[in-house]
Design a protein around this ligand. Structure first.
Ligand code: TGC
Ligand code: FAD
Length: 392
């Protein structure tokens, strides 16, 4: 892979709107990605393996629990810093950002928000340091976009719960130490349970043959009469709103993260267009290529402004699910369109692993599907503006 020459585009001087802390956090993540992710990521994507050696680095830049209070090992940062960290990590690779998103928003967030003080103390510091890695089990073979129909269930056995069922398409599953799993009780009410590796009847087979998110490990979570200690139930929220609340936080991070992938594609295409000579001129001198590049920077700039405002709302506790949906949907679609256009600017070179663009493009096919598909987010916006529910 070519050396990482990335220069971040900031067409509207958005840096002027960030605090010194935001810029320090962002720059530390940016330097770390350049030093520890860019040189190895193509190799790991090619061999379809998560690079476990970067776990400690992710912890050091605050990517595990950026907004979780410091007393539980988190970085105690605000929502804009969280977004900037996700942006920088996804600039390196969406799969690495996935690992951080799951750990922070789908494992640490529910334990912090819905868990007991004992659960917080037991798990959060280890998750923040990367000593423990977590996964989040919502999706099932028969229930993706409609998790309310989930079949995974648990039964109260007096001194413990008995868990049965299966989750599919689970990021980090093959190597997770714990899984936050959503299951129905005998009354059909959804609760979160913390399942630990080593519990009898719990297995995590890996899903192979992915063309997307190859540097992220994806797998199943299988529960065959798993005995769960009663203290592993998250007691402070039940119903589908509990997992959906976690998704709000993760989708917000993805809205920022997708900008990172788009910035990397744009920066690579811009540099290539200025250097590649055809018909005696750099290809960037031709109007067709300028149109592609001009539209890319326009869309990136709009996306940057969208998430910055969303981050302000989130810091004030005012960001709604529908506002987050809009940003996730828009920014991932924007990044995928830019990846496709940028790939064309590079001609044949664009299909090789010498450049990051094709990897970003393939990754974004997952990002546009997980955490609510492109269609589902449109329907969430539609429901919000019309007051009419297309799901029921
Ligand atoms: P609906 O009837 O609308 O809602 C059920 C209950 O939940 C409440 N609620 C929320 N609560 C908190 N936060 C939110 N964001 C909430 N949204 C809804 C709602 O008020 C209701 O409460 P109550 O008290 O009345 O019961 O639910 P529905 O069954 O009609 O479904 C709505 C729909 C389709 C929008 C939802 O199910 C959905 O978002 N589906 C998409 C599924 C999804 O996003 N799955 C993601 C799996 S995790 C993942 O992909 C990780 S990838 C990680 C990575 O690698 O980065
Ligand atoms: P389906 O729900 O079957 O949808 C298929 C198609 O139908 C889509 O185009 C969808 O938009 C459309 N559709 C569905 N319902 C409607 C409707 N009402 N109206 C119109 N169109 C509709 N899940 C987890 O729980 N944890 C994880 O860590 C996790 N990681 C993932 C990692 C990867 C790499 C991938 C690819 C997925 C991951 N997922 C995870 C699962 C992901 O959240 C689901 O794939 C996603 O929610 C969609 O579910 P589905 O694939 O079953 O598609």
């Amino acid at each position: 892979m070519k050396p990482d020459l990335f220069e971040a585009p900031d067409y509207y001087n958005i840096d002027d709107l960030l605090s010194e802390e935001h810029k320090l956090v962002r720059d530390a993540a940016r330097q770390w990605v350049k030093r520890d992710v860019s040189p190895i990521i193509e190799e790991y994507a090619q061999k379809a393996e998560f690079p476990k050696q970067i776990i400690s680095g992710l912890a050091e830049i605050g990517a595990f629990g950026p907004y979780i209070p410091e007393e539980y090992g988190g970085a105690g940062l605000d929502q804009i810093s969280y977004g900037l960290i996700m942006q920088e990590i996804e600039r390196g690779d969406s799969g690495v950002r996935s690992t951080a998103s799951v750990q922070s928003s789908l494992v640490m967030y529910p334990i912090y928000t819905y868990g007991t003080e004992e659960q917080r103390k037991k798990y959060l510091p280890k998750l923040a340091s990367g000593e423990f890695m977590g996964s989040f089990g919502l999706t099932e073979p028969n229930h993706g976009s409609n998790p309310s129909g989930m079949e995974t269930k648990y039964k109260d056995m007096g001194d413990h719960y008995l868990l049965n069922g299966a989750k599919l398409w689970i990021s980090n599953s093959p190597f997770c130490d714990i899984a936050v799993v959503w299951a129905k009780n005998e009354d059909g009410r959804i609760h979160g349970l913390i399942v630990e590796r080593g519990m009898e009847g719990f297995s995590t087979p890996e899903t192979h043959n992915k063309w997307s998110l190859r540097a992220s490990a994806t797998g199943e979570l299988i529960f065959d009469n798993v005995k769960i200690p009663k203290e592993n139930l998250l007691p402070n929220k039940s119903g589908l709103g509990a997992p959906l609340g976690c998704l709000d936080s993760a989708r917000y991070g993805i809205a920022w993260g997708a900008i990172g992938a788009a910035m990397d594609c744009y920066d690579t295409a811009l540099r290539y267009a200025k250097e590649r000579i055809q018909f005696g001129k750099p290809i960037g001198a031709y109007q067709l290529q300028q149109k592609k590049l001009a539209e890319m920077i326009t869309e990136i700039t709009k996306a940057q402004l969208l998430v910055l405002r969303l981050g302000q709302l989130k810091n004030q506790g005012k960001a709604t699910t529908a506002q987050i949906s809009m940003a996730k949907r828009n920014n991932v679609d924007m990044a995928l369109t830019i990846a496709r256009e940028a790939r064309q600017v590079l001609g044949a070179m664009g299909i090789t692993g010498e450049y990051s663009i094709m990897r970003h493009m393939m990754n974004l096919e997952s990002v546009i599907t997980y955490e609510g598909t492109h269609d589902i987010h449109l329907l969430i916006t539609g429901m919000d503006i019309t007051g009419l529910n297309a799901f029921k």
